[in-house]
Design a protein around this ligand. Structure first.
Ligand SMILES: Nc1ncnc2c1ncn2[C@@H]1O[C@H](COP(=O)(O)OP(=O)(O)O)[C@@H](O)[C@H]1O
Ligand SMILES: [Mg+2]
Length: 448
């Protein structure tokens, strides 16, 4: 039989507790309630629920302390905070500290059910992922293929932050998947408006402001009719500022004002336009360096970087290479009407050795080109670009310097233990026969 879902609800208001319990109880879902944080934590320790729902402001102990204790006890338990004092800033802060979600009180029942269902589904997804990892199935998050832990960390953060953010800054080298991250944030945010892309490096500086803010007829030579700007198009939706580091300084000042005031003037116009947008900005530059060089405004940086996400380069998550390569092989195989289903182990070894300065985009090109060349079911070394084979060919010995092989092995073992324990650190430590602190130390050391 399927194991029941266990939820623990903690609230010092008996009425509210009763309401939540009734709203969530159903066949297969057991809801346990507690009127004090201390009692609640005791129930959590005893039952090990999948989800804890707690009020933020209670006498004795705050919901944030409850969160901290639950996360310390078992980080795989989701904690949902409720508060009458919802602000985007406190929501983001709570999520940074490990909360799974943050809801405004009084909680609307339908909304609560939906969010709880979503959280439980995502735990379910994680479990599926663990299963998938063991037998090497594809698994994706909003179209992103990955199995490395830094990427699944990123996905969890995207899922949690999406309903709450006003602005997110996405870092990452070219080709790492920043566009996909931006789209995932938009799709999971429930906004009603459009996803509008502003490519800050492609627009000619003089035309930038009219692109972004629009203009009225006669605003400048050549403006022969009114033009709607991208900011207005994105109203109630998401404005994706791609390569924000390349935005001209003068435009940066105007953008900041528009975001702060939630309104702006089209070029040549005296009529203010509303701009209620969520902003995702992406860059491959280190903006702090750009600020130091006087190329980027510090105040705009702070406005945009309420949440910062970073997409790791492919060479720091080599576990993803074979998964991505097979995914692209099948995609291009279908596209080119070929029988391609994957790659030979030899070819995969070559790809896994490459450092991928162009990241996933480069891998996509290499596999696409190989699919074009081949008539076989599996792509082989000969189908890869000669330059890439010369650098990483199967006859080349694994480099011995750099990472010590022992550390490499340890990293793999620790990762595997965490995966098998479904991310539960206590369980992983137990399986490895070491203490939790030792495990934490190793995780830190290997950036897990
Ligand atoms: N995790 C992933 N799974 C599948 N495809 C990916 C993944 N990451 C990137 N891609 C693909 O690689 C290419 C480059 O990604 P993109 O988001 O444009 O990178 P960036 O914006 O960081 O330069 C795109 O074709 C994208 O679809
Ligand atoms: Mg991009």
């Amino acid at each position: 039989m399927k194991e029941a879902v266990r939820i623990v609800v903690i609230d010092d208001n008996p009425g509210s507790l009763e309401l939540l319990s009734t709203a969530l109880t159903r066949p297969g879902v057991a809801v346990h309630t507690a009127l004090t944080p201390v009692d609640g934590l005791e129930v959590v320790r005893k039952l090990r629920p999948q989800l804890v729902i707690t009020d933020l402001v209670m006498s004795g102990m705050s919901g944030l302390d409850v969160l901290q204790q639950v996360v310390r006890f078992d980080p795989s338990i989701d904690v949902l905070l409720m508060t009458a004092h919802y602000t985007t800033e406190t929501a983001v802060e709570a999520i940074r500290n490990g909360a799974a979600d943050y809801l405004q009180k009084p909680v609307k029942i339908a909304h609560l059910r939906e969010r709880v269902a979503r959280l439980l589904a995502s735990t379910e997804q994680r479990r599926k992922l663990t299963a998938a990892l063991l037998d090497d199935q594809d698994s994706d998050f909003e179209g992103m293929i990955a199995r490395s832990s830094p990427m699944w960390h990123l996905f969890a953060m995207i899922q949690r932050i999406a309903p709450h953010y006003r602005s997110v800054l996405v870092h990452g080298e070219t080709g790492t998947g920043k566009d996909l991250v931006a789209k995932a944030l938009h799709r999971l945010s429930d906004v009603t408006g459009q996803f509008v892309v502003v490519n800050c490096s492609a627009v000619v500086e003089t035309l930038f402001e009219s692109e972004l803010f629009g203009h009225v007829k006669g605003a400048f030579t050549g403006a022969d009719r009114d033009k709607t700007g991208l900011l207005e198009l994105a109203n109630s939706g998401t404005l994706f500022l791609d390569e924000i580091g390349d935005m001209p300084l003068s435009t940066q000042a105007k953008l900041l004002r528009a975001l702060q005031n939630q309104e702006f003037l089209p070029v040549g116009s005296l009529k203010l336009q509303r701009a209620n947008v969520r902003v995702v900005a992406a860059t491959h530059h280190d903006l702090r360096v750009s600020i130091a060089e006087g190329k980027f405004r510090e105040d705009l940086y702070y406005r945009l970087s309420m949440v910062e996400l970073s997409v790791p380069p492919l060479r720091e998550r080599r576990e993803d290479i074979s998964l991505l390569a097979r995914h692209f092989a099948q995609k291009f195989g279908r596209e080119f009407h070929k029988q391609v289903t994957g790659l030979t182990p030899r070819a995969l070894i070559v790809l896994e050795r490459h450092t991928w300065p162009g990241n996933v985009r480069e891998l996509e090109h290499v596999v696409g080109r190989a699919c074009m060349m081949t008539d076989n079911v599996l792509l082989d070394v000969e189908d890869l670009p000669p330059g890439l084979i010369a650098q990483n060919g199967p006859e080349i010995e694994e480099p011995r310097q750099g990472i010590s092989p022992l550390a490499d092995q340890e990293r793999r073992i620790v990762e595997e233990a965490l995966r098998e324990a479904g991310g539960n650190q206590s369980e992983a430590a137990r399986r490895l026969g070491i203490g939790r602190d030792a495990l934490r130390y190793k995780m830190k050391r290997h950036h897990l």
